[in-house]
Design a protein around this ligand. Structure first.
Ligand code: 2HG
Ligand code: ZN
Length: 465
């Protein structure tokens, strides 16, 4: 790829304006990395277009000069999908941040790629509606990035992933052309659905510049329960019991170690005094009094079977939010230990045996590291964070964790699971892609990339080489 010289900087300034082409050290660092810390950022230039036309012009210029582009949203990703470490141009969508229009009949909202998730949630709320995809980084992540990573989060068990809410999107391809995909249609079986190919493609097929997002009815009176559970197997029994009686909008879990860290570093209260090995967090709607009675009946049943040792249920919105923080603040709390992250999944029915096997490998292979278990266990998705001991060099830590990952990923493969359930592949997981995807699948992905991006300028080196 071509280095970025003065002539290219001048051409970029001609497209987006002088103040929108940044080369100062602070901007290169800030825009050159995401929430991962395993790679040293080294961005060549940051470009901030303010219209779809400008994005097209920048991509056309890059294509004519063989310049690599890293598309950039809120950079809250955890797989280094938005990291620029090879002097690439970072094309940041921050300024495409307008909510363009709302259609109350279709219950859709058209927004620029740079609209922040929380902005969309608040906008939906103001219309008496609900955008249900939610996660701890909602205050920074952008819709374009959410689409490019098919972001999941804490409500997937009920509302699905970002994919389920994209009614249409506009994409600038690697040749600078604009595709308008699906246009908000509910029914559209006229050929391949390219929209879904682009969702989760991590900016390797094109740059998402605009999206039409669906909204839904707001939930009624949400209640949150945190239950103390003695072992992993019981967590799955609790899930099955509750799903048999009520519709859950979340079923999350975390370990005692996760809770200890969050309580110590975020100034939060324990849900109840007696520690248990694991905790399940459940959320459900209470449209009437019967809902809570049913939930309490299920709680008693689980206690009777020995699956639950203690529990607490929210009595107010503030209490529900406080209980949520015990789960939602884990990732940020752990970031001070620059953890090695695993984001693995299998189908829910296989979770008990999957967990037992992963647990056995991890406890045998990581004897001197702290390991924090948590995740969206109701979706079959486990986040296993290994904390770096203070004295250990980053490279050595990554190497040792990478070795164990191979054993973990063999288990994932045996269970037909995924090496990246929701964080994507980026740079961090690409060496392990073959544990989840066949050689033929990977070859077809490469061929598809060549169609959308014949010169290979869009996020090169992400997902695969
Ligand atoms: C979560 O579920 C996020 O909290 C982050 O997906 C998980 O940091 C992680 O490993
Ligand atoms: Zn997660």
């Amino acid at each position: 790829m071509t280095p970025i010289g003065k002539d290219i900087l001048a051409a970029l300034q001609g497209i987006v304006g002088a103040g929108r082409v940044l080369t100062d050290a602070e901007s290169l660092l800030r825009y050159g990395r995401d929430w991962t810390r395993a790679h040293t950022p080294d961005a060549g230039v940051i470009v901030l277009p303010s219209s779809i036309g400008q994005v097209q012009d920048v991509v056309r210029l890059a294509a004519s000069k063989q310049l690599a582009i890293v598309p950039s949203g809120g950079r809250t990703g955890l797989s280094a999908g938005a990291v620029a470490c090879n002097s690439e141009m970072v094309l940041a969508l921050d300024r495409l941040n307008r909510i363009e229009d709302f259609n109350p009949v279709d219950r859709t909202v058209r927004c620029g790629a740079g609209v922040v998730t929380e902005q969309l949630q608040q906008y939906a709320d103001a219309q008496g509606l609900f955008y249900p995809v939610d996660f701890a980084s909602s205050g920074s992540s952008q819709i374009g990035g959410n689409i490019s990573t098919n972001a999941g989060g804490i409500k997937v068990i009920r509302h699905g992933m970002t994919r389920d809410w994209v009614a249409g999107l506009k994409l600038v391809t690697g040749t600078g052309e604009l595709l308008d995909l699906n246009r908000g249609l509910v029914k559209n079986n006229a050929g391949y659905d390219l929209r879904h190919l682009v969702i989760g493609a991590e900016g390797t097929l094109g740059i998402v510049v605009e999206a039409t997002m669906s909204l839904s009815r707001p939930p009624e009176n949400l209640a949150v329960m945190v239950l103390g559970v003695p072992d992993m197997a019981s967590i799955m029994s609790v899930l099955a019991a509750f799903q048999g009686g009520i519709e859950l909008s979340a079923f999350e879990f975390f370990s005692e170690l996760a809770l200890c860290k969050v309580v110590a570093h975020q100034g939060l209260q324990r849900p109840f005094d007696n520690p248990t090995q694991y905790y399940a967090l459940l959320e459900f709607e209470q449209p009437d009094e019967q809902a809570m009675e049913t939930a309490m009946g299920l709680f008693e049943h689980c206690v009777g079977r020995g699956w639950v040792l203690d529990g607490v249920v929210s009595q107010s919105v503030a209490q529900a939010q406080a209980l949520w923080r015990l789960r939602e603040d884990i990732s940020e709390t752990l970031s001070r230990w620059t953890p090695y992250k695993n984001d693995i999944s299998t189908v829910v029915s296989r979770v008990p045996s999957f967990l037992a096997e992963v647990e056995a490998v991890v406890s045998a292979s990581y004897p001197d590291f702290e390991i924090v278990w948590y995740g969206h266990i109701g979706d079959g998705n486990l986040h296993l964070n290994v904390l770096k001991p203070d004295g250990l060099a980053m490279e050595e830590f990554q190497r040792r964790c990478g070795e164990v990952s191979k054993q973990v990923f063999e288990i994932v493969q045996r269970h037909g699971g995924s090496i990246s359930a929701e964080h994507g592949v980026g740079l961090l997981k690409k060496d392990y892609l073959h544990y989840s995807r066949s050689p033929l699948e990977i070859e077809i992905m490469r061929q598809i990339k060549r169609v959308f991006d014949p010169q290979g300028i869009l996020n090169p080196g992400k997902i695969f080489d």
